[in-house]
Structure formats: structure tokens, C-alpha cells
Design a protein around this ligand. Sequence first.
Ligand SMILES: [Zn+2]
Length: 832
Amino acid sequence: MQKISVLLVLLFSIHFSFSQQLQSPEDFLGYEVGTEFTRHANVVRYFESVAEASNMVEYNTYGKTNEGRPLTYAIISSPENLTNIEQIRKDHLSSAGLLENDNSASSKKAIVWLSYNVHGNEASSTEAAMKTLYELITSKKEWLKNTVVIIDPCVNPDGRDRYVNWYNMVRTTPYTANPIAVEHIEPWPGGRPNHYLFDLNRDWAWATQVETRQRLKVYNKWMPQIHVDFHEQGVNDPYYFAPAAEPFHEIITPFQRDFQTTIGKNHAKYFDKNGWLYFTKERFDLLYPSYGDTYPIYMGAIGMTYEQAGNGGAGLGINTREGFELTLVDRVAHHLTTGLSTIEVASENIEQLNSEFKSFFNNRDSKYKSYALNGEADKIAALQRLLDRHEIKYGNTNSNRIKGFNYTKNNNSGLNTNAKTLVIDGNQPKGKMVKVLFEPNAKLNDSLTYDITAWSLPYAYGLEAVSSSDNIKSSTLVNTEVFENTATPSAAGYIAKWNSMDDARFLTALLKEGIKVRFSEKPLQTENEKFEAGSLVITKSDNAKFEEFDTALISIANKFNRKLSVANSGFSRNGPDFGSSDIKIINKPTVGVLQGEGTSSLSYGEILYFFEQDLQYPVFPISTNYLSNVDLAKIDVLVMPSGYYNSLLDPSTLNKLKAWVKGGGKVIAIGNAVSAFAGKEGFDLHENISSIKKDSTEKGNLLPYNVRERESIKDLITGSIVKTKVDNTNPMAFGYNNYYFSLKLSEDSYAYLNNGYNVSYLENEPQIVSGFAGSNAKEKIKNSMIFGEERMGKGSFIYLVDNPLFRSFWENGKLFFVNSLFFVNNNEYDMD
Ligand SMILES: [Zn+2]
């Protein structure tokens, strides 16, 4: 006993004495940085030990990932600055007018934020973060006198550990640099994305993921002047740093462009000295607002992406095409160099950084002074939740009519307003971000871009909107309506509207509770109220066996703030009565979703996230590895993420799927999954045959070499917004208007179904309201189906050509998916 406690005391005191003493990463970890991949927990322990030992480091936790790992950041500055850090932060915000009613302070410090490892398998950067921390507080202390550095050592811990754990499991000892070894071939889904397989470097503006949501709270508190996002590219590319490539969004200021060059040249100095290759001004553009470089730029910072050769294929060392071995040690050295060089430039340019930062937030001269939005209260509330995450201000209005560009009509007809119209003032400090998120059409000075070219929020949220050059006064916000339903046991039933995701969550809550719910396939009218098709009807008769049915229903309705209308009788004044076959029972489907090789991990992740976090309805994955052997009778619905199914759906597996559908199964195919069925035997679905002759075909090989890339974009759509027609008498479109703005992610085009239902479609002259679409691509999508249903036997194939769950940000598309799940062809399969 005694021996043990002596040992414990001894251990404790060793730990204690160690923790008092500043250690290099090498000393702490027991290996040279870059010779092993460090597990996230050990990275956190190292930062903790440095914070304990140094008066130049404060280390905080800002949240937790889906898998329970801590999200952290270190604030690094001189001891004097750290004792006064809250005042420094406030002065920084105040001097730029970012504090409410206070712009009196002046700031003499630079704030630099370094974000590491947003893509989990680009794993050199978190290693570099530890070295950067140590160098800063030892050899580079001078810079910390006027500079505050914030280090987020790992933006995506779940992805990083997925990569590192896998690598450590399969690597050889010593590692092999031969690129065909298993340790260089990551299995599906790879370590790049987070737990829900979202790309966190596409999520800054939409803030759908828990990592982003928690990080933005700290980001908004600090609003750095410089933000760097550390990445890795292919193993055969050298190093990329700022300045970025065209297109630049037009709001990016001359200073922001120039300062990128200043920083880039400083990096070049070190790279040249060491004989390291790099490139600038290519490939990585600044347009889409949800990146770790553009988002900070639109929030006033110099936002930059640094790309080191490496990523999930590189391991501890790999032989490159160029004839040398790229090691993790090298990769760390390069990221360490650019990180420190960035801070050096900041420290040398304090005054300019502060004065330019301040002028960025003055938005008196913007073209659009205000944006105003009308629509369904739930959709407005969803938009408000997003604006709150970015701390963008909004209000209601007293004006009756606002002049300006009408988004729905695509002309300058203005908008009639009411007391609930939401107004966002463009002349607020974050006005530039407001413009980027709300402007009807982002101005492109080059269409060779890395990502989608359209994202305008009014279209994404399904709201009527106007952008106006008038300054619309906004008044205090009207309070959200609160519904306090009460039980009416004598009633024949209750009716609730159907047009938002809040309604969908209410439905799934009822189903999970065991309450039977119907929906009306036609409009109906009770004694005193009219209801659209799709309205939920909850009858006493269906729930006769449910004890305390009224109480349970009312409590769920109140929890979800849904208004329940009481129907005293099942006899409708107009439209179907409660017992009509047009008022259909909603089944509680058992849903499987395909995942694994062949499927897009991003699309699979979107579906999983949608079910678990958005709709809150159970789903389970089925691997493509065993689809051919699985007993499909155990599910009612199979969701197929976008993917390449050619080898998976061999004739026997396809026949099995068809037989299951004929017996009442339902397939929901998303994006490219639709192509798996096009032109196949027994299917009504066909690809649109393009009638256009391409210039390149006509001219054969006579196209100059240097214009081929540019020519090829004529065939492409990489994300633009189109206005589609909608048959909103079809249950798949209940809750929608007779038009829908769809985010079109590719030029894939399918002919109208002859025997099936074309629910959303394009006609002869597709109206692209926002974003880039190549001239050939525009031709190709004429007369094409966007959403449709093909029946086969008792079941259905549902085709969602445009992915309504894309990055979970196209809020107004989600109900098409929910309707497909619960409403479309629901009367054929057996109830459970
Ligand atoms: Zn990356």
C-alpha cells in the first residue's frame, strides 16, 4: 500500500515539475515532429502543457465535436498583452465600429488567426501548429509585443483522428514511400470531412455543422485582420500561397488584394532561400463565401489558403513523380515557415492593418442599401437563425412598399410589405457580407471557378425578396407568434398546415410518439377554415386506442409551436371528408440509405445529417459491399446518394431492386444516382439527347491549345440557380408554389417522363436567375425533368436530379425530400 502511494506521489511530482517547465513538442511527445502522426488528444495535451508553463499563452475550449473531441484555441501574445487581453479585444472591435454604439477606441495591435487541419487528412498542419506555438513564444517573442495570434490547432478533430488512427493501423514499420502501398490509399470515406462527412471548408457561411457553429462565436468575438486556413493538395504539387487566383468577388478591396501580395512575397523570400518550389495566383479563387479564406475576407480580414503538397495519400513519406521523397517533416517545415512569415508581416504593418480594417466596415456607399423579405414565418425564422450565427442585424419595417429588384419576378417591380417583412440594412458594419449573401447575382469577372457560382439566400430559403437602393428604416422586431393549443376532446380531429421543415419535424415527432397522422391530397374546408393540399389531419378515430391522445398531441404541438385547428366534424364544407380516400394515412417508413464505395461520401453525409439532425427521423446505412445480398424486405425506402453505380448495379442487383420496388418499395435517387436507371430496361427514364453541335467538334483539332480549358466550360454548370415549374397538385410538391428556384449543380439532363410524374421541370427557355451556366449546358437542360416519380408495380422510383440536401443549405428544397418520403405513393405499402 505504502509503496504504491509513494510511487503515486513520485509520479505526481514528476508530472507537476514537468508541467511547470516549457517543453518543445519534441521533448513533450518524445519524437521529432513529422516522424509520427500525433493523435488529437496528445496535441491538446501539448497545448495545455505550454499554456501552463508560459505566461504568453492562454488556451481555451470553444466546443465539442460530434464524436466528443474538444475544439480549442490558443491566444498567444506578450505577457503584458495577455494580462490586458479583454481590453485589447474590445479596442480592436471598437476601433472598427464593431461594438454597439462605440467606435471611440483606437487599436495598436494586429490580430492574426491561424486555422489548422480543417480537412482531417491534410494532417501536416496540426503538427506544424505545435511547432509554430513553440517558436512564437521562444525565438519570435518580439512579434508578440504588437500582435495577438490565435491558433486553432485542429478545426476538424474527428476527421483528423479518423485519418491518423487509420494510418497508424495500416502503416508498415519503417513506413514505405512506395505510393502503391495500402498506407497511401485511404479507404472510403477518407479523413477529409467531419463526422457527418461535411466539408468544413464549404460550411463557413451556411454554418450547418457543430464545429462551424461553435467556432463562429469565437470568430465573431475576435474578428481577426488576417486569417489563414492551412491545407494540403496533391503530392506532386509543391506549395501554394497567396495571392489568390481570379475570380475575386467584386467587394474585395484593393488593399485586401495588395496585402495578399505583400504576404506572398515575404513567404517567397524564405522559400527561395531554402530552395523550395511554390506557385501563386492560380487555381484557388475567391468567390464562394463559405471557404476559410473568402468568409474572413468578407468579414474584413486578409483571408488566405495555404496549400502544402501532401494530403491523405502522403503518409510519413511518399515518392513523388518528380523523383524525390516528400516527407511529413518537410510538409511541417513549410507550413511552419508560412505561419511565422504571416505573423512577421502583420507585426510590421500594424498601422495599415488597423486603418484598412476600420474602413472596410464603413458601408455607406454600397449600391444596395437594404434587402427586404416576405414569406412563411417558419422560413423567415430559419433565415433569422442563420443571420444570428453571423451576428448580422435585421428588423421589421413600417413602409408599405419597397422599390427595387424583385427576386421572384426577376425585374424591378419592388415588393409590397407588411408588419412582418424582414429588413436587412446593407449599411451595417457587416454590410459587405450581407451583400455577398443576399445579392441576386454575384458578379463574375471569370467563370473558371472552384465551386458553385450562386447561393443568393432569398432563393435558398424560398422567400419573396427585394434588393433596394433606398435606405429602408427597420423597426423593432415583431415577436414570434406563440401558439398555445388546448385540447378539445369532443372534436373529430385537428388540422395543421404543411409548408416548412418545422412542420416536418412536428410530423416526425408525432409519428415517433405513435400518433396516427393523415394528409389531405386535396384542399379542404372545415366549418371556418380553408386548408391547402398536404395539410396534416389528425383524427380522433385513428387514435382511439391512444390513451390521452388529445393531451399528447397538444403537448407536442405546443413544443413545436404549431397551430392546430380544431375540426368539430369530419364532414367537410368543401373538399374531402375525413373518411375520404383522399385523406391518406401517413405510414412510418423504415428507411435505409446506401453508403460505401461507389457512393459520394458528401452526399451520403448530407442524407445522414438530414435525417439525424434536421428531420430527426431514424435512418440506417446499408453498405454497397453487401447490397446484392441484403434482404430488402426489411426496409420500405432506400435512399441512394449521388454516386457512380455502374459496377454496383449489375443486372442481377438491378433486377432485385426492381422486384422489390414492384412489391411496394420506394427508391429515392439523388443527383447522379439518377443516371443509374436512365435508359435501363423497363424504365421510363432517359437522358436528354443534346441537339447542339459543339464548336470544338465542328472545328476538330483546330482549337488553339491555350483556349481549350475555357472552351470546355461552355459545357458546364457548376452551381447556378434556375427557376423551375412545379406541379404543386402532386404530393411531392405539397407546400410549394407553382414555381421553385432550384440549385442546379450539373448539366445532367433527363427527358420528361412519359408515364411517370414530372413534378419540377424546365421548359424551352430555362431562366437562370443567378450564377454561371455555359452556353452548351443551357441548351442541354432545356425541357428537362428536375424532380419526378416513376411507378413500377406497387412502388416508385423517385428522381431528385438537383440534390435538395446539398451542403444542407438549400433550405427550401428539403420539403421535396420529406414529401417524397412520407407522401409520394404512400398508400401502396403495408402499414407497420
Ligand atoms: Zn484542404
